[in-house]
Design a protein around this ligand. Structure first.
Ligand SMILES: Cc1cc2nc3c(=O)[nH]c(=O)nc-3n(C[C@H](O)[C@H](O)[C@H](O)COP(=O)(O)OP(=O)(O)OC[C@H]3O[C@@H](n4cnc5c(N)ncnc54)[C@H](O)[C@@H]3O)c2cc1C
Length: 407
């Protein structure tokens, strides 16, 4: 059965328009670098402006409502844009886009004006402010404290591993509003402006680069209307963010450049006078890599279809997330088996295949097992949702199931 998208004539016209616009407007020296840590300050500033231009065209966040700065376009348009952005090596928007579905479900109209508009128009950038030194997998045990002070809140605590390039304008996430309330009813979900007095950022240096930060909060004053949902509803709001983060929105066009490199290497490299692909063991390894990548694509496509059709979801997001994390690590192993030491040659090494992208993949596939819930945590969620755990849970509300417009 052919699962590839069949586009209409109008959609193919749209593709042509996008492709030629990107060819004219994205100069070669501004295209996404192989290692995103190589994005210079000058390029970052250029892309901040370009993201606003793309947002004005409705192309940056295509499916979100037009009235709040999204494109108001269909899932098919989104897929075409993703495909063309990839070819043109467009740098992704700097906001952690999990904030959009969260605000669509939980923010009131004035908060949507206040936060959703500047974020969807790419005027501002937001980072996801969840994890703490003692609260990662067990997020509900977080300790950062929000104390009421008149109409405002004062926040004190520490958040860690917060992803995002350079500096945010907003940090979004849960804080303890009532330490005496039972677990899951003791949190509020805040949009914290950055910079703010008492709020400091320190960058981390991980295997994958310096895209993560620690944020220190010392009595940071946050206005009352920056609380999303009720002051004890933060866990439910958080669940909406996590539902999407755990794979619940899927994607129609998962990108697997690492697989393309691996297959290209097998096809185009010679060893001892023979094509590498003539070796049956190499063939076997390459086909296993291909199958896993293809399975992941189909799982992602299924989720995307269910999400766009507003179907109730259960284990599907975590199943896809778990499979994705596992197979990427396996494919990194396979690319080492096939490319040998060349898989470990970095971007500065002239003999590195594909300008060093396989080496970047070695690091990012490992580090990628942690954000958005580890492999073990995806298994815990699946168990709860298929009824083989001590506790049971249903999927959290998303824009898809909550019936709001723009998904
Ligand atoms: C590159 C990167 C980017 C990140 N980006 C962000 C971000 O933008 N915002 C943000 O808020 N956080 C972010 N994180 C943090 C991420 O969400 C946490 O690392 C993750 O939730 C795991 O938490 P932890 O690191 O504290 O590990 P722990 O929770 O301490 O887990 C340690 C190990 O124990 C296992 N484990 C824990 N509980 C169980 C269980 N019940 N059953 C079985 N095994 C278990 C885990 O799988 C893991 O292997 C990022 C992390 C990384 C590495």
């Amino acid at each position: 059965m052919d699962f590839t998208y069949q586009y209409t004539e109008e959609q193919e016209e749209f593709r042509k328009e996008v492709r030629s616009w990107l060819q004219e407007n994205i100069p070669d020296d501004k295209r996404a670098p192989v290692d995103r840590n190589e994005l210079s300050d000058e390029m970052y500033a250029w892309w901040r402006d370009m993201h606003q231009t793309l947002a004005e065209k409705g192309w940056l966040y295509p499916t979100y409502p037009k009235e709040y700065g999204g494109g108001g376009l269909s899932g098919e348009h989104e897929t075409i844009l993703q495909e063309e952005f990839r070819i043109a090596r467009v740098v992704n928007g700097f906001t952690n886009s999990l904030v959009f579905p969260t605000l669509l479900v939980w923010a009131d109209d004035s908060q949507k004006e206040l936060f959703l508009k500047p974020l969807l128009s790419a005027e501002k950038v937001a980072f996801q402010n969840f994890s703490e030194p003692n609260a990662g997998s067990d997020l509900a045990s977080l300790q950062a404290r929000a104390i009421r002070d008149g109409d405002d809140w004062l926040i004190t605590g520490q958040k860690i591993w917060i992803s995002g390039q350079r500096k945010p304008d907003i940090l979004f996430g849960p804080m303890v509003t009532d330490p005496d309330a039972p677990r899951h009813r003791n949190l509020g979900y805040f949009m914290v402006p950055f910079p703010s007095e008492g709020l400091d950022q320190e960058r981390m240096n991980l295997l994958s680069g310096d895209d993560q930060s620690v944020f220190f909060f010392d009595n940071v004053r946050v206005p009352g209307d920056h609380l999303i949902g009720g002051e004890q509803q933060g866990w439910q709001v958080t669940q909406t963010t996590l539902e999407i983060e755990h794979g619940g929105r899927g994607t129609a066009m998962p990108q697997d450049e690492a697989l393309e490199h691996l297959l290209g290497y097998v096809e185009n490299t010679e060893s001892a006078g023979e094509a590498l692909g003539a070796d049956p063991l190499i063939q076997q390894t390459a086909v296993e890599a291909y199958i896993d990548s293809h399975v992941f694509s189909l799982l992602s496509l299924r989720n995307y279809g269910m999400y766009m059709a507003r179907q109730e979801m259960s284990y599907q997001g975590s199943q896809t997330s778990m499979f994705g994390k596992e197979y990427r690590i396996e494919n990194a192993d396979r690319s080492r088996d096939i490319m040998g030491m060349y898989a470990m040659c970095g971007i500065d090494e002239p003999r590195a295949p594909y300008a060093g992208a396989p080496e970047v993949y070695q690091r990012s596939s490992l580090v990628g097992a942690h954000p958005a819930g580890t492999i073990e945590i995806q298994k815990v969620i699946i168990a709860r949702r298929i009824g083989i755990s001590r506790t049971r849970e249903r999927a959290a509300a998303t824009p898809s199931t909550a019936g709001v417009s723009g998904v």
